[in-house]
Design a binder for this molecule. Structure first.
Ligand code: HC1
Length: 574
């Protein structure tokens, strides 16, 4: 421990940390902009400057380490004025459109400006202008809103290992763009939306479909059907000021009905269905010496990444569609037949924590008989805005249950939304499919938690099955480097494209409760909510889901049947 002084008060702090880290723990929040705890230090914005006795210039507290006897001042008149000048200069090259901006009231630049008491503009002059890139169905890039903090660039390269974004040009013309200024939809963007999660302004946003959806909800000629993903319920409360990790499932269902949906289904149902298909596919590959390791395919950002960077591994990818696309296919076939409605008159909507699901919904590989099966995907953030815009009292709404025949789910379906959950769910069912016996110890601690790559093994019918789990595309590439070197090391691999799995999706609410999106406490709280849902269920294995059993009996016959292949499976190509 060392002694430091902040604003004249003496403290004992651990050596080896930055001034900002030490100050945070002592309750001094130094303003910041380019800093993000998940990313390397950039030190570009200088908003976090402090005064250190003996230093000629102010230092960036995000980068400067504490030393014995250091005397730090965080809030002098000069520091306040200099910080304000820095933020004013950023604002002078920023559009004056806060009241029409999508990040209005949850923009970090706006908050910073307010906290610094910036109430008038000193400088006016030329502003940079670049066109908005609306080419991608998932992620919109608006360079005019960019303040060059570099968080998106670091996220895309350091965490996701995609390296799509870079800073181009120099000085006043500096701009963040994909290589060669390629449109986002032609670039290698995985559409994961993690750039949105770390962007302090609206320079990166999801493609917003809310106005279109509001219009369609008023169209009486349509039957409006919606499904919502596991991770949405664990995070949407945050958009209404609640702490992360409150399970808002009942309120979600009620709000979706109040918005005008005729039927509300739970994607956890089709997560159970995915397990039936994927577990059977794994068994078939194992018994018939098919291509292993089998790799999960439900994360669409991950699928785009495989197609672009690992085309040699495409045969390892499960042919199962994602739970969202399985539900979409069933909505336009099985359910359309049940309610005797022309599928063209059904509006199939999905509420997802993920921006890449917008891209997935547009993929021709997921159509059934030339028909798109998920018409509109909105993120958790977009739904929260719709609920507020419709004037619904979300938090105090009495909870309701989803509809039959796709409303019942097992605990295994719930944990799909957190890293390791798909594998845990798969094992619970695969064990019984393999052995005919019920797995007793169904919680797999070695697959839980936020380590980047997790490994495990279990014995099924005398055979050792080796498994691995990775979350975030950077960790996925680390795991893939291992698999390329040792192709026989694993039998089954789960990969989710976002940090923490879908709970950390690019469409989740900005996690204000812990100040930065993707903070570990925030992700852990959302994960706990899903594990608690699992523990609270009487049915915890997908194969025990009575509505899934009924679906097979009435329509699909059995996992991997001809009908299952037609509706629930696909092939990806490079
Ligand atoms: Fe996910 Fe999935 S878990 S991909 O993260 O397999 O988006 O939550 O809905 O489809 O079930 C997302 C979440 C989600 C699918 C499921």
């Amino acid at each position: 421990m060392i002694k430091i002084y902040i604003n004249g008060r003496e403290y004992e702090v651990a050596a080896g940390q930055t001034i900002m880290e030490a100050a945070d723990k002592l309750g001094y929040h130094i303003p910041r902009l380019c800093y993000h705890p998940k990313l390397s230090i950039e030190g570009a914005c200088r908003v976090c400057i402090v005064e250190v006795e003996g230093m000629r210039n102010f230092v960036a507290s995000c980068a400067y380490p504490v030393t014995e006897g250091m005397k730090i001042r965080t809030n002098t008149k000069e520091i306040r004025r200099t910080r304000r000048d820095i933020v004013e200069l950023i604002l002078d090259n920023h559009p004056q459109d806060c009241h029409t901006c999508e990040r209005n009231s949850n923009c970090e630049l706006q908050r910073l400006s307010e906290s610094m008491g910036i109430q008038r503009r000193h400088f006016e002059g030329e502003k940079k202008h670049y066109d908005k890139d609306l080419s991608s169905p998932a992620v919109v890039r608006d360079p005019d809103k960019c303040i060059l903090c570099g968080r998106c660039v670091r996220m895309c390269s350091e965490v996701q290992n995609i390296h799509n974004l870079t800073q181009a040009h120099r000085g006043f013309k500096t701009v963040v763009m994909p290589a060669y200024n390629m449109p986002m939809d032609e670039s290698v963007c995985s559409t994961c939306g993690q750039c949105i999660n770390v962007c302090p302004t609206a320079a990166f946003m999801e493609y917003n479909y809310t106005q279109d959806l509001f219009e369609k909800l008023n169209d009486d000629s349509l039957t409006k059907v919606v499904q919502f993903a596991p991770a949405v319920r664990a995070a949407i409360g945050e958009a209404f000021g609640m702490a992360p990790g409150n399970n808002m499932e009942g309120q979600l269902v009620a709000a979706l009905r109040k918005l005008g949906f005729d039927y509300v289904f739970d994607t956890q149902f089709s997560a159970d269905l995915t397990i039936m298909e994927e577990g059977s596919e794994f068994l078939e590959r194992l018994q018939n010496k098919g291509k292993l390791p089998l790799i999960t395919s439900c994360s669409p950002g991950w699928m785009k990444c495989v197609e672009q960077f690992y085309p040699d591994m495409l045969d390892n990818i499960s042919t199962c569609k994602s739970p969202m696309s399985m539900a979409g296919a069933l909505i336009k076939t099985y359910f359309a037949e049940k309610i005797e409605t022309d599928p063209k008159k059904i509006l199939s909507v999905a509420v997802m924590p993920c921006t890449a699901k917008k891209y997935e919904a547009d993929r021709p590989e997921l159509e059934v008989d030339g028909m798109k099966t998920t018409d509109i995907v909105i993120t958790t953030r977009e739904l929260a805005w719709m609920i507020k815009s419709a004037g619904l009292d979300f938090i105090n709404m009495p909870g309701e249950k989803p509809d039959a025949p796709m409303g019942v789910s097992s605990g295994a379906g719930a944990i799909f939304g957190v890293t390791g959950g798909v594998m845990e769910a798969a094992i619970r069912t695969a064990y019984e499919l393999f052995t005919g016996e019920t797995l007793v110890d169904i919680e797999m601690d070695n697959l839980r938690g936020l380590s980047g790559v997790k490994e495990g093994k279990l014995e099924i019918d005398g055979e050792e099955i080796r498994i691995a789990v990775a979350h975030g595309l950077g960790n996925a590439s680390k795991l893939f480097d291992i698999v390329r070197k040792e192709p026989d090391r694993f039998h089954f691999i789960e990969i989710m494209g976002c940090p923490g799995g879908c709970i950390g999706g690019g469409g989740q609410p900005y996690c204000h409760a812990f100040s930065e999106s993707l903070g570990e406490e925030c992700l852990a709280a959302r994960a706990k909510a899903l594990y608690d849902i699992d523990r609270g269920k009487t049915i915890r294995r997908s194969l025990d889901n009575p509505d899934v059993q009924k679906l097979y009996k009435e329509y699909l016959q059995r996992p991997m049947s001809e009908m299952s292949h037609k509706l629930l499976h696909t092939h990806y190509k490079a």
